[in-house]
Write a protein that binds this ligand. Structure first.
Ligand code: SF4
Ligand code: SF4
Length: 147
């Protein structure tokens, strides 16, 4: 049996299928690529939850609206890194502008083998796993108890 830890967060996909079914346009992609939810527009219908192939959206039980990782957009807008990046003790998370060739993230993507989850779906996830094992990263395979 293999055991591993895999952070599972919204991939802020470049082709985010989750937003196509939102009946009130409460979710959309910003110019910088972050996929966001407007809590004032969301009616909690969960259509986006059913659409997301990564199961990373959840309903806030008190507010009855959908929430997900938005890369801490309030921090990004203030010019600081997402909280998980800043607080990760292992420095395992790197965040930045992939379009800037001088950025650490762009240089890592250019020099190291990386993988995304479910690459065949055409969603173009923007979360990459360095030396990711595609089989191990498939939650359904893990759930079935593969060796
Ligand atoms: S991971 Fe799911 S919720 Fe996040 S952008 Fe992609 S399709 Fe949407
Ligand atoms: S739960 Fe909210 S964000 Fe999701 S599809 Fe419904 S209205 Fe849109």
């Amino acid at each position: 049996m293999r055991k591993f830890f895999l952070p599972s967060l919204c991939n802020n996909c470049d082709n985010p299928i989750c937003l196509t079914n939102c009946p009130v346009k409460a979710t959309w992609k910003r110019e910088d690529g972050i996929v966001v939810v407007d809590p004032h527009r969301c009616i909690g219908c969960k259509y986006c939850m059913a659409s997301c192939p990564y199961d990373v959206r959840s309903i806030n039980p008190l507010k009855r609206i959908v929430q997900k990782c938005e890369f801490c957009r309030h921090r990004v807008d203030a010019g600081i890194e997402p909280a998980c990046v800043e607080t990760c003790l292992g420095r395992a998370r790197i965040f930045g502008n992939m379009l800037d060739p001088k950025s650490e993230i762009a240089q890592l993507l250019a020099t190291l083998p990386t993988q995304v989850i479910k690459p065949d779906l055409g969603t173009f996830p923007q979360v990459f796993y360095i030396e990711g094992d595609l089989d191990a990263m498939n939650p359904m395979k893990g759930w079935k108890g593969e060796e």
